[in-house]
Design a protein around this ligand. Structure first.
Ligand code: NDP
Length: 327
């Protein structure tokens, strides 16, 4: 395993990590979740990602039980949660980034995960109704209380992250140190363009979600809709619509041919492509089956195969390289 610095923090995070969205407490049996966590940990993964909204708290309960049973040294891994979408109903104050929901959300997540502190605590989305200063103060309080170690954002705009830094500096508080954006071959703007200024002036760790575009970049949807997969689960039509953008499957077929030329599988090439970006601290892997995780864990070894020439070929297929701002 390779470990990377999480932005400007002193934390070392495994270049690939493991997350539980849609799988733990929902798509897969708890026994499989346990096997996946152990396989990840044994491979050197030291970060497990979670959120209050995942299966409305069930995902954290499943992960908490596995962590408790495994009894790994607490210092050998990091666990996250995310606050915003809530875990109960959506009554006023049960969602969002007010001090009230941040405090209550954190206390509930600590109980479900059965840990004394959460290593990385994320604001799962920006909250347009709550002043950013209130959120920064609440996160700083949780750090002072020892309930979380670091806080960050997920899918915040560059302006919102910078505003949080301004508020933190103004009041001498701890600002956000990491962001969790979607990043894969079809989703590039935030990581490759929007955040450039923040990497340079504030430092920013990134924990990447959906490196395979929910499995689309595994190539298994190239010839129709397989059964027993995420995009086929009842209620996932919204995700299917987002992923099946016109033209993607044609490009994925070309990418698959390139991966074959390199002697690797398409998912391995797609994750290696994410890991090649120097601004990526960790790519969070998702898996519903052991075989998928074992395959995806090969991605780090495949990064050197992505030479300038190969990257150029990928760019020619994708035709979506973000245009850099002219200063
Ligand atoms: P991916 O894009 O890698 O999708 C993972 C899914 O793709 C698997 O569950 C599996 O689904 C399929 N898959 C994975 N590997 C293979 C393979 N080798 N061959 C075939 N199919 C494969 O990642 P996720 O979307 O799961 O995101 C990873 C993590 O990121 C999440 O668990 C969560 O922790 C985090 N996340 C954060 C978000 C945020 O807003 N901050 C949003 C979303 C995720 P199946 O078998 O069902 O087809």
């Amino acid at each position: 395993m390779q470990y990377r610095k999480l932005g400007k923090t002193g934390i070392q995070i495994s270049a690939v990590s493991f997350g539980s969205w849609l799988t733990f407490g929902k798509q897969i049996e708890n026994k499989i979740a346990e096997t996946l966590m152990h396989t990840a940990y044994d491979a050197g993964i030291n970060f497990f990602d979670n959120a209050e909204i995942y299966s409305r708290g069930q995902s954290e309960i499943v992960m908490g039980n596995i962590l408790k049973k495994a009894a790994w040294p607490r210092s050998s891994y990091m666990v996250s949660s995310k606050v915003f979408f809530g875990y109960e109903d959506s009554k006023p104050n049960q969602t969002g980034l007010s001090r009230k929901h941040i405090m209550e959300g954190c206390h509930a997540a600590l109980k479900r995960l059965q840990v004394d502190y959460i290593d990385l605590y994320f604001c799962h989305r920006p909250d347009k109704q709550t002043p950013i200063a209130e959120t920064v103060w609440a996160m700083n309080t949780l750090i002072q209380q020892g309930k979380i170690l670091y806080w960050g954002t997920s899918e915040w705009s560059a302006q919102e992250i910078l505003q949080a830094h301004i508020e933190a500096a103004r009041h001498n508080l701890m600002g956000p140190v990491m962001e969790q954006p979607q990043y894969h071959m079809f989703e590039r703007e935030k990581i490759e363009k929007d955040y450039l200024h923040i990497y340079q002036y504030e430092g920013l760790g990134t924990t990447i979600w959906s490196p395979l575009a929910s499995g689309l970049l595994s190539g298994k949807y190239n010839n129709g809709m397989p059964t027993d997969t995420r995009l086929n689960i009842e209620g996932m039509d919204w995700l299917k619509e987002r992923m099946f953008v016109e033209g993607r499957i044609e490009k994925i077929k070309k990418l698959a041919a390139l991966a074959t030329e390199l002697g690797i599988s398409l998912p391995v090439m797609a994750i290696a492509w994410v890991l090649k970006n120097e601004h990526v601290s960790t790519a969070i892997l998702g898996a519903s089956k052991l075989q998928q995780l074992e395959e995806n864990l090969k991605a780090l070894d495949a990064v050197p195969l992505l030479t300038d020439e190969v990257i150029e070929k990928i760019e020619t297929i994708l035709e979506n390289k973000p245009v850099q701002p002219q200063f």
